[in-house]
Design a protein around this ligand. Sequence first.
Ligand code: GLP
Length: 239
Amino acid sequence: MRVFIDTPEKIAEMAAQKYVDLLRRKPNAILGGATGSTPLGLYAQLAKLCSEGKVSFKDATSFNLDEYVGLDGTHDQSYRYFMNENLFKHIDIPIERTFVPSGIDTDPATAAAYDEAIKAAGGIDMQLLGIGNNGHIGFNEPGTPFGSITHMVELTESTRTANARFFNSIDEVPTHAVTMGIKTVMNARSIILMAIGKAKAEIIKATIQGEVTPQVPASVLQLHPDVDVFLDYEAAALL
Ligand code: GLP
């Protein structure tokens, strides 16, 4: 793992540069997208670079990590909506080449087909990840087997509580989600992990310097050969 520590603004720029480099080398790259507040600075930077003609996504394809069960793409808390509003609308990627797992069709076969679609597209070149306070990546909660592919999960109370800030009340936070599995994520050729803020400091320490264990899903990234970790000073405070 290569670990970079700077301000939130600077790490957004550094992560954006990874996209610029990849898309210059491989204009039809397959990108793995993430939601949450952490990537917002990066997405704003990508939108800026794209509007300035410094990067183009016109031949790229994107597969997102996860989606809430029960929310369709028109719901303003769905991850499809989030991606459209915070990234896809502002860059030149053809919307028909952007994929988000279905939160409506929760048939296990449909979830598994998401992995097949990724494979058929050539596999993910660069997967972006945030991290949950409990170490989840995508919505792979502690205890998820490292061999898992895209599947439906029950969200932990801690995750529902953490994400309740985006809903009117915790009762509105979905209880389940569909997420790429740990194996799906680890199959990506390269990975970017981002974390911002002091609430992430402990789990970042466990992820980077702790034991590799399904109890800290992100710790599996220690086993991946090509991971860049971008942290702000607060998230890196305990390293
Ligand atoms: C959600 C998403 C994760 C994300 C995490 C952290 O639960 N499923 O992909 O990494 O939240 O979110 P934030 O970046 O807002 O801290």
